[in-house]
Write a protein that binds this ligand. Sequence first.
Ligand code: PAP
Length: 346
Amino acid sequence: MVAEKSSDSNLPTTALPLLWDEDNEGLSQECKDLIATLPTERHLAMHKLYQYQGFWFPKIVLQALLNCQHHFQAHDSDILLITSPKCGTTWLKALTFAILNRKTHHPNPTRMPSSTTHPLLTANPHALVRTLETTLYTGQTKPDLSLFSSSPRVFATHLPYVLLPESIKLSRCKIVYLCRNPKDQFISAWHFQNMIRPEIQESNKIEELFEQYCRGVGPYGPFWDHMLEYYKKSLENPNKIMFLRYEDMKGEPHRVLKDLAGFIGYGFSKEEEDDDIVGDILRLCSFENLSNLKVNKSEKMPHGIENKAYFRRGEVGDWKNFLKFDMAEQLDAIIQEKLEKHGLKF
Ligand code: PAP
C-alpha cells in the first residue's frame, strides 16, 4: 500500500519564486557549470528556460533532475506516474491513490467507519503522491523516502524518458504515462501560469506563449518529443509502460480505470465490480468532487501554489473558447506532423 502521510514537515518549503528567480542561489557547482553551457531562452512565465538534452527547464528543475538522477533508486515494485504538465497529473494521482488504498480506505465515504475520513477528502492529491523533481528532489539530494517505506511506492514526474534516472529504466517498476490533446494542454498551462503569477497576467499574452509552445519552448517541452518518446517505449514494452490519454479517461472512465488497476497489479475482483467500487473511485476522484473540497478550495502546497490552481474546468475541448481559428490550425499541423504521423492520434 501507499504510505499515506499528511505531514509535509520533511519537504523543503521551496519558495515558489525560485521558478522565476534570476540568481543561482542553491545551485550546485555541477548545475551552475552545466547551465553555463546550455542554450537559454526567456519564457514569459518562468523568466528563463534552459535546453538540456533537447528539453526545456527552469534552472531549479535542472538542479532537481540532477539530484534525482544521482540519488533516486527505483524499486521493482515502484509505480511511476508520468505526465507532460497539465495533462491530468492531479487526476491520475488521485485515481491511483484510491485504487491502491481501497482496502484500508473505501472510496465510498458512506462505507467508511464514521471515525475515519478518506485521505483524498482532506489532502490534495499532490500531497499524497509526490513528484520527484518538483517536491522531493527540489533543494535536497536525499529526501526522506522512509515516508514511502511500504510497497508499492508511488511517485510522479514530468521528466522526459531520456532524462529519467537509470534505475527507473532498468528496474521492473511500472510506468503509467498520461498525455492530453496539446491544444487543451496549452490552454490549461496558460491559465495555470496566470493563476500562480497574477502579476504576469497583463504581459502573459496568449499569442506570445503560443508562439513559444509551437516551437517546443516551455517547461518540459517540446510536448511532441515528450509524448512520442513514451508512446514509442510503451509500444516496445507494454508490460512496463502503460500509455493513457486524458480524452479516453473522460470518455470511457470505467474501462480505463479497470485497465489501470490491472496494469499496476491491483485489478478489481468480481465482487468489487459487482459492488461498483469502480464507480465509487470515479466519483471520489471526479473533478466536481475534488474541486469542491475545502482542502482544494482554500489551502496551499508547501511550495506556495494554491491547490485550487490545479482545478480549473477539467473538460475536453476547452481550447475552442480561447484559440483563434488560425492558431488551432497551426497547432493541428504540428500535431499531425509530429505525433499523428507516428500513430499517436488525438
Ligand atoms: P500538473 O501537471 O501541473 O500537476 P495537471 O493536474 O496535469 O497539472 O493539470 C490540471 C488540469 O487537470 C486542469 O485542466 P484544465 O485547465 O483544462 O481545467 C484541471 O482542471 C484538470 N483536472 C484536475 N483534476 C481533475 C479531475 N479530477 N478530473 C479531470 N480533470 C482534472
